[in-house]
Design a protein around this ligand. Sequence first.
Ligand SMILES: O=C(O)[C@H](O)[C@H](O)[C@@H](O)CO
Ligand SMILES: [Mg+2]
Length: 390
Amino acid sequence: MKITKVRTRVFEWKGHTVTPTPHFCANAMDELWDKGDSMGTFRFHGWTTVEIETDTGLVGLGNVALAPRIAKAIIDQYLAPLVIGQDPFDYEYLWQRMYRSTHAWGRKGIGMAAISGVDIAIWDLMGKALGKPVFKLLGGRTKEKIPCYASKLYRTDLKSMQQEAQSYLDQGFKAMKMRFGYGPKDGPEGMRANLDSVAAVREVIGEDIDLMLECYMGWNLEYAKRMLPKLERFQPRWLEEPVIADDIDGYAELNQLTSIPISGGEHEFTHYGFRQLLEKRAVSVIQYDTNRVGGITAARKINAIAESFSVPVIPHAGQMHNYHLTMSTLASPMSEFFPVHDVEIGNELFYYLFEGDPEPVNGFLDLDDDTPGLGLSLNERYFDQFTIIE
Ligand SMILES: O=C(O)[C@H](O)[C@H](O)[C@@H](O)CO
Ligand SMILES: [Mg+2]
């Protein structure tokens, strides 16, 4: 089999979007004096699809969710020429070819996200060629079903957060993640508001449901050191991305500070990046996203390293390109799941763009043993809700 063409398209949502409320989600921009919508640059309302065609007629489907127009340009100009004419089953060679040839600028960030999109399409191709789901090429079925956690609960009034948390209990979820709305600039009142929102959700879900807390890089080391002891009474399953991704030593200090596990990794790249996080004991839960980290070729290597450190892997976002990794290894106990609803942050856009993702039932997802590849196709029903750039 030879790769004959790489077709990239950018899908930019033009449908209805929900305007977030102030303090919707603490984030890395909050430290600045900027006013207005600090979460603006963290809305993902565009997506790049990667379709790799072959001389057998099989087509592999990949995706990139960051800086879609840049990702498309990188793939079209730099990566496609490196894989066209090649055998997709030489996926390690092709990964190294893309990684090394763009090493001057592409080893992290959008360069590696673009490589991820091509790599995911290659693995989809290999599964389709062999008539096997991708997880069967990685390690097979390690779980009867995949436990997943409901991930939303952006900050709003406490009553609405409690109603939302109750709705996830009613759907059978045994775990859920909420977002903090305040950080260092909001002072003691913000700290109080953060604690009150956790107390409100804990009041609804009780002690036997896992609760994860998302800071989304919106705090700093000093603030996190003050907040963590105050949060211990809520026994969160983890506290996520308390500081910016480059403050690895800050992560490590927080991870040793209290009984609360620190999680991170959705903004880290390749097995080299995760080796650093693990060697420094910077995180107690790894959360790469396969469409950022280096695709399935890199993610499977990270799974093996994490297993040797006994650090669980719970990939960012759920979504099919991550579910296959979670299914294929005991190192990954569960998946994230973004409830499908109006387009807000953009996490939910995946379900408008693709079809084939499993629906959770009582907090569990399953993958089909007989669906070749990733099991995804483009969802043409919503094409009219997107501006499509070929
Ligand atoms: O962990 C997550 O789900 C991400 O950090 C979210 O995608 C981000 O939008 C912050 O909630
Ligand atoms: Mg996160």
